[in-house]
Design a protein around this ligand. Structure first.
Ligand code: ACM
Ligand code: ZN
Length: 732
């Protein structure tokens, strides 16, 4: 009897502790948790009233694969032990909404459209053991879900993610995986940035050179090496067959793909393959990204014929009503100096070059309209004049641009860089751009697409939704950095797009993230980002705070990166060599944060009086003296691309006694614009050089044995950016 009572109490405790604990992301708008659980087993059956239901196939494939149960499909609704997917009409919730009722007898998902059923399935997957995402169970899982009622629908109809496949190319299989992960987060639009200066990635049968030439970078290619791809041939493209497959794959996951062909700027891949497309005239200027002659000439009428042909082929591959034509960051200098563009401006009575952009954009609207599409473009398309009322504007430069767009009556996607650009750093110590600021997951989560902008009701209605963007200049390495940059920021953004503001709260989201969603992402196979621990050194003691309650922190004592076998931090460490410690958060063995050195343990490198001799011309804003001040935050930039044989010599006023000199190049923390081809040497007398060491991944380490007088960098090929950046020497 006593034993029974104990069992009863244990069961009660377990059920009480499970109550109220569903951690779905994005958070459903209404959840009521009841008593008990529904257990799936080998007798559980499936039912749907959808015709040719891809939802049923999707769910069944996932469940059969991981549970080993049959999930027989029934022709009528069973009375118990079932999962039913039912389309109902009329229905109380808006489009994409769903109701999920779980009783001890079964699971019922109801919606008025197929997307709603799909989102019900996604919430259901998150109630199951996370291995459901891995396709491989241990055989010991209990496939049960809590009794509950969910009523849920999205805040915005557009919940998107953009991926740049031009700067870094991702093959079809990787894109499909990316789409799978988006679907798990109820993201419903994939904005596919298919072309840019550094690669054209979609097959166009009428213009084969776009991919024969324009999809490849390298020493002997029309596109020069970039972003560390080096002299090897780098690139790739999607055949039309692959595109159609990916579009169908996405559609089964209720994701619409919006293609982007970036025009009329960002078009080096086109002008390098079909030079007649570019402007004529003497123009040596470059775009923001440092590309010369990367703009379509608007004054050459033949270009519009070519654009019609391209759009016709590409538009046919995508069922989306929208087609994105870019329109961003046009280098107007090209047009200003081009006789054809100038003649056209004169003929049309245009005064500003923005008007020429508007002329181009309006013609693209017409071409797209002929192909049954509406135009979409970056917010620069607002600059030169009016647009068709249905043209959709993607506000990336600022929230203010989004406000401007809706004030002009355009349907608008809010995606300001400071919240939504996932190529930005997630903290000061991580890799990434920072021109739009630090975009931590919390920053992303804090966006309110209409509230942040204080829009009135009329304007709010024009905010169609929200989108993240992953530009890929920095994504070439490490291999899975794309996953690190996307998650969990996209999980945070999914809640911005889906969950009503009153149901959103960062602390509570973060708790759901680490207590449940990390494991799901792990099982999905995502190499997601973790917060690093906080380590502080004081009076001979290092104290570490983990980023969440049960995080595992590992450390090293020799400045190396913590690895899966490094010891686990278990309490204060007493040491007089705190600067040699590195700490990192680990999730399982494979996933880890960036490592940190204890605060207050800043190692002081030597700071000898130093001057520089160089063949490189300095950019006045980033002068040579920045690398002799031993402030590691400031750096040197050249004015232009460097040549083979360029050199840069650090000369010490007094010879320096150093055991080790670390030479890092590129912009600090961005590892961008560094020495890709070259070596560094040192000299004991300032004349004879020795210790030649080649740069690997932009850095090199020297080990002199006597006092050093100077250190000289020599480049052996042009670097792969339009400028070079160098840093202070780290002398120990
Ligand atoms: C952009 O980031 N140039 C749209
Ligand atoms: Zn021109």
């Amino acid at each position: 009897m006593k034993k029974l009572l104990l069992i009863f109490i244990a069961v009660l405790l377990v059920s009480v502790s499970l109550r109220g604990q569903v951690s779905i992301i994005p958070k459903p708008n209404k959840t009521e948790i009841g008593e008990g659980r529904f257990l799936l087993n080998k007798e559980t059956t499936l039912f749907t009233n959808e015709q040719n239901s891809s939802n049923l196939t999707y769910l069944r494939d996932l469940l059969v694969g991981v549970t080993g149960f049959d999930f027989t499909v029934k022709k009528s609704l069973p009375s118990f032990n079932y999962i039913s997917l039912t389309l109902v009409s009329p229905f109380s919730l808006p489009q994409e909404g769903y109701i999920m009722e779980i009783t001890t007898k079964g699971i019922e998902i109801k919606a008025s459209d197929r997307a709603g059923i799909f989102y019900g399935i996604q919430s259901l997957l998150q109630l199951l053991p996370p291995v459901v995402y891995s396709g491989r169970s241990t055989g010991h899982e209990v496939w049960s879900v809590p009794v509950l009622n969910i009523e849920d629908s999205p805040r915005f109809g557009y919940r998107g993610m953009m991926l740049d496949v031009s700067r870094t190319f991702f093959d079809a299989a990787t894109v499909k995986k990316y789409i799978d992960w988006m679907a798990f987060h109820k993201i419903n639009k994939f904005h596919w940035h298919l072309t840019d200066d550094n690669g054209w990635r979609v097959e166009v049968k009428k213009y084969p050179k776009l991919t024969e030439l324009g999809a490849w970078r390298g020493d002997n290619e029309v596109l020069k090496p970039a972003f560390g791809s080096g002299s090897n041939r780098y690139g790739g493209f999607y055949t039309q067959k692959e595109i159609k497959e990916i579009v169908a794959y996405a559609a089964e996951r209720h994701i619409e793909i919006i293609p982007e062909i970036d025009l009329p700027g960002h078009s080096k891949a086109v002008t390098a393959s079909y030079p007649a497309v570019g402007c004529d005239g003497e123009d040596k200027s470059v775009s923001v990204q440092g590309e010369g002659q990367n703009v379509w000439c608007v004054g050459k009428e033949s270009n519009f014929k070519m654009l019609e042909n391209i759009i016709k082929e590409v538009a046919a591959l995508f069922p989306s009503k929208y087609f994105h034509i870019g329109g961003d960051e046009v280098n107007y200098d090209a047009w200003d100096k081009c006789p054809h563009c100038q003649a056209l401006m004169k003929e049309k009575g245009m005064v500003k070059h923005e008007e020429l952009l508007n002329y181009f954009v309006r013609r693209m609207e017409s071409i797209l309209e002929k192909n049954g599409k509406h135009m979409a473009g970056w917010d620069e398309i607002l600059d030169g004049g009016d647009l068709k009322p249905e043209t959709r504007v993607y506000a990336w430069r600022s929230v203010a641009k989004g406000i401007e767009s809706v004030s002009k009556g355009q349907p608008t996607i809010m995606m300001p860089g400071e919240f939504c650009y996932f190529d930005m750093k997630q903290s000061t110590i991580e890799r990434g751009h920072n021109w739009a600021g630090i975009v931590s997951p919390e920053k992303t989560y804090s966006l309110d697409p209409t509230g942040t902008a204080n829009l009135n009701e009329e304007q709010s209605k024009l905010i169609v939704g929200v989108q993240g963007a992953l530009w890929t200049e920095l994504l070439g390495r490490p291999v899975r950095f794309m996953e690190y940059q996307t998650y969990p920021r996209l999980a945070a953004l999914s809640e911005v797009g889906w969950t009503q503001t009153e149901n959103k709260e960062w602390e509570e989201f973060y708790k759901r993230l680490y207590s449940a969603h990390f494991e799901r992402m792990y099982q999905m196979g995502i190499e997601f980002r973790l917060d690093p621990p906080k380590a502080v050194y004081n009076s001979g003691v290092i104290k570490v705070t983990a980023p969440y309650p049960w995080a595992v922190v590992r450390y090293t004592t020799d400045e190396s990166e913590p690895q899966m076998f490094s010891p686990i931090y278990r309490g204060e460490i007493f040491t007089d060599k705190a600067h040699k410690f590195r700490f990192a958060t680990f999730y399982k063995d494979e996933i880890k944060s960036v490592s940190v050195q204890p605060e207050n343990s800043e190692y002081t490198y030597l700071k000898p009086v130093t001057r520089v001799e160089t063949s490189m011309t300095e950019n006045k804003k980033f002068p040579v003296k920045n690398v002799t001040d031993y402030n590691f935050a400031t750096y040197f930039r050249t004015e232009s691309k460097i040549k083979a044989g360029d050199h840069f010599t650090y000369i010490f006023e007094e010879p320096v006694k150093a055991k080790r000199i670390t030479v890092e190049t590129g912009i600090p923390n961005i590892t961008f614009y560094g020495v890709t081809d070259g070596y560094v040497e040192f000299s004991y007398d300032g004349k004879e050089y020795t210790g030649k060491t080649w740069f690997v991944l932009n850095s090199a380490v020297l080990y002199p044995v006597k006092e050093v007088k100077s250190v000289r960098i020599t480049t052996t090929a042009p670097n792969d950016g339009h400028i070079l950046s160098l840093q202070d020497l780290k002398i120990e």
